[in-house]
Design a protein around this ligand. Sequence first.
Ligand code: SF4
Length: 137
Amino acid sequence: MYTDTGSWRKMPSPLLSRRFGLAGKPDYVVSHRSGLVPVEIKSGTAPDQPYSSHVVQLAAYCLLIEEEYGFRPPHGFVKYDDVAFEVDYTRGLEEELLATMYLMRQDATAGRSRRSHNSANRCRACGYRADCDQRLK
Ligand code: SF4
């Protein structure tokens, strides 16, 4: 993957879509022969398939790249310590992303959002910490 890529650049600021009410910052956007594609780096050894939460996160970055640059990434990469997975950004995956965002907003509006982990370190590094009533000390 690395030898196939062109220049690497760290994102200077989050990508933003007002239309979808979404913002995010991929670890990298790579100028690949197929166009701009996001790369999300995950620590730990790779599972057999990338975790679905990581795939949906990558899809969000694909959507944001399309919104920001007017180019639809054909795929992105989820890279674990030992393996990188190429994930196709299909219409089906986009629909899954939009459905997930819809359900998350419904839960947030109804006050049903609950923390999904017990990692204080994760909360310490979280950008929503100041406003989150679920944060761990
Ligand atoms: S501060 Fe809240 S939103 Fe952030 S990781 Fe912790 S529980 Fe999740």
